[in-house]
Design a protein around this ligand. Sequence first.
Ligand SMILES: Cc1ncc(COP(=O)(O)O)c(C=O)c1O
Length: 396
Amino acid sequence: MFEHIERVPGDAILGLIEAFKKDTNPQKVDLGVGVYKDAQGNTPVMRAVKEAEALLLKNETTKTYIGSHGDPRYAEVVLPMVLGQQGSAVLEAKRASATQAPGGTGALRLAADFISAQLPGKGIWVSDPTWPNHHGIFTAAGIKLNKYPYVDAENRLDFSGMLAAVQQIPAGDVIVLHACCHNPTGFDLDRDQWQQILEVVRERNLLPLIDFAYQGFGEGLEEDAYGVRLMAENLDEVIITSSCSKNFGIYCERTGCLIMVAKNQEQMENVRSQVAIVARENYSNPPAHGGAIVSEILHSAELAAIWREELTEMRDRINTLRRDFVAALKPYGLDAKYACVAEQRGMFSYTGLEPQQVDRLRDEFGIYMVRSGRANVAGFSHENLPYLAKAIAAVN
Ligand SMILES: Cc1ncc(COP(=O)(O)O)c(C=O)c1O
């Protein structure tokens, strides 16, 4: 039965991790992997998370199923985190439904299966480039995938190209937008650009699906939600996939949420009932622990304050490293060439390094990143920046 099955190459990033492990260069630098790292190169458990887990362990009374939509206490805190703490018109109108999911990936798969089942025939449009798993998830759900441009030949945000392409998307199709910290490029839309996209989306009656995987990693928890809230408040229908993997550092707990915004409460409840079916068919109930951690933290003023401080520390570290990277290139006359790194946001950067330069950085200097030139900025440190700058100068 299995004789004809071909082996496919493994994930490029996993291959990079293996090669990095084997490299004996004492100065080697890993800029490939997609997780936050602190100054010591670790991905630690946040203090607020540890404290929440201690409370959960002490107070837990059951491990019964939590239902297809997950824990309502989790939904209670995630909805205002995403849509606004105070006076969210969308929440007041009760037109948003939250379904806890196994990570942002699980939420995206729910969205994809919902679209496939309930909105058949609709195409979906993703930025070129986008997080590679978008391709896999939407294609696996049988949805036709199309691309709109996002980066120009000079490694800048190609907003005019994007806007022109979005104006051509067939009416009624789904457009995937990154709320903030665009992965892989780090180029985000500014407020005026969000407004322009909103207008085209409205004109063409498109359905936005906003992937919100890095809330708090760009400019701040509230600032990063600007585009999401603009769309949700001004459109009848929006799909949002939120992840707590990065901002709570609970990658392995698989914690995310599918938020469906509908025209009114009645339609929201109808949509919600269909999402429950999709969840049930995929995995029945989501894993409980990660949602319980987030809920424990955000229901406690004290733990929430600790968490916000820790998140701010991570964000500030990344944004400082972005500026310091460009400063480290100044002695080599390369600061203008790589200035985009300081302007981008989030964990990732499209550095503009060419594949051949990436290969040389790996082979000659033990510096590892994806061949597209995407670097994980959290892999920079004040210790390795002089080495990185020297190596980049050598391959330029
Ligand atoms: C753009 C984007 N969306 C979604 C995800 C999925 O996140 P999760 O780990 O919560 O599944 C990621 C993770 O890297 C991402 O970069």
